[in-house]
Every structure is written in C-alpha cells, then in structure tokens.
Ligand binder design. Structure first.
Ligand code: 13P
Length: 256
C-alpha cells in the first residue's frame, strides 16, 4: 500500500492564543475548498499553551491531527516545567515531535533521552515524529549517512517491529533549517533512501517500506512540488512556511 503523505507544521515558539486562532482558522478555511479525498494527512504542532484551543477548532475536521512539539517520558513527578504524555492525551494529541535539532543543540537532549521518549510515546498509543539530521560540518566531512544511521539506530533501540511501523521520521539537515536554503530534492531523496535502508537493516524491507519519512528544512510553496515528486519523500515538516495560513495551504496543495 502506498504511504499516505503528511504535511506537518511545526509552529515552534510562535503564536499566542489570538495568533494561533487566526492561523488555524485560516488553514481550516483554506482546506474547506480542497478535495478532501486527495488531501495529505495534515498535522499542526502548536505550543503547549495553544493545544487546547487548536484542538477545539479542529475537532470536527478529521483531516487535521494535532502534534506536540515535545514531551517528557516520565509519567509524573518532580520535573519542573515539563509536560507528560497523560497531559497531552487530555488535549487529544496524536503525534509528538522528538529529537528536533533545536532540542538536541539548545537543550542538550541525548539520543538515549530521545529513545526513552519514543518508547513512552508508543506505549501510550501516540506516534513519535523522530527527527534526525546532520550539521553542515558533518555534511562537508562526508559523514552524513553514518551520522544518520547512528541517530536512527539509537532512536529505535528496543522498539518492536509493529511499533516501528507506526513511527514517522523527519530528515531535517540542520544547515537547511530556517536558512531559506532547502536541501536539493534529489539529494534529500537519496539521504532519505539511506535512512530507509537503516530501517530495513534494523527491522525488514517490509517495515522500511511502510514507515513515513518526511523532509524538513526551508520547505516552501516553491519547493514542495519537486520534493513531493521524489519517491522516498513522504511529506514535509515545515517551520517558517507553516506560520501563514496561505503558504501552509499552498504546501498542502503541493502534496496533492
Ligand atoms: P523551517 O521550515 O523554518 O526551515 O524549519 C524546519 C523545521 O525545523 C521543522 O521542524
């Protein structure tokens, strides 16, 4: 069966209550005019503080799912400032982004912690969007594929085949995030193909064929069509261009 494409908007630390409402209202209006049968799965990842409101506005729209931008893998306790999976369940969250390079680099999250999060998310019946990606230095040194193999192998440690098949991976080269300089579509396709080979090695070709792998890093309405035309790219994880309803709806159209 063909893999269902995904267009996911990572709002990062943007949008207060009013701005989140304006954005989701605009997206809902934009997709109301589209052929729902052919639409990709649309995911929005607001900040924690906007989750409830966004859920309330999308709850009757089955084409849009909600993601959290992070989670703490522990069930409860003395973790000041953290949010648990049980809390996310209250907000009808379906996906959780983990291992984003911004969290790895700015908040020092390790591969082991990301693996703990993946296991906890799957145990709760939610789906992790597991991010991976290389720095410019690693790309220039020619160690991109090795680095990604390492990140993916560690993220999937102890995850069963049936759980692995549910996961979504996002390949986000760090040098392409927020820079306006998207990775060349052919090269992104090749790299994602390498990630799929890692999954095939860890599990099986069948599992690798089922898992959805997104590209992220300066995806724009002007790049999405070429990106979606690549056989290995199953969709986009988008930051900047997901913050305006018009451009996000253009991205959804580009995946149709
Ligand atoms: P940009 O689309 O702004 O480059 O961000 C990509 C990203 O980090 C999505 O998670």
């Amino acid at each position: 069966m063909a893999r269902k494409p995904i267009i996911a908007g990572n709002w990062k630390m943007n949008n207060n209550k009013a701005a989140a409402k304006e954005l989701i209202d605009g997206i809902m209006y934009g997709i109301s005019k589209l052929d729902k049968e052919n639409m990709p799965e649309v995911i929005v990842a607001p900040t924690y503080t906007a989750l409830w409101q966004v859920w309330d506005l999308i709850k009757n729209e089955p084409k849009i799912s909600l993601a959290a931008q992070n989670v703490n893998p522990n069930p409860s306790g003395a973790y000041t400032g953290e949010i648990s999976l049980e809390m996310l369940e209250d907000f009808n969250v379906k996906y959780v982004i983990i291992g984003h390079s911004e969290r790895r680099q700015m908040f020092f999250e390790s591969d082991e912690f990301i693996n703990q999060k993946a296991i906890a998310i799957l145990k709760k019946g939610l789906i992790p969007i597991i991010c991976c990606g290389e720095t410019l230095e690693q790309r220039e040194q020619g160690v991109t594929d090795k680095h990604l193999e390492n990140q993916i192998t560690k993220a999937f440690k102890g995850i069963t085949t049936s759980d692995a098949e549910k996961c979504v991976i996002a390949y986000e080269p760090i040098w392409a995030i927020g820079t306006g300089k998207s990775c060349d579509a052919i090269e992104a396709n090749r790299t994602i193909g390498e990630i799929r080979k890692v999954i095939a090695k860890l599990y099986s070709q069948d599992t690798a064929d089922k898992i959805r792998i997104l590209y992220g890093g300066s995806v724009k309405p002007s790049t999405i069509v070429e990106q979606m035309a690549q056989s290995e790219i199953d969709g986009g994880l988008i930051g900047g261009a997901s913050l305006k309803a018009d451009s996000f709806v253009e991205l959804i159209k580009g995946a149709m």
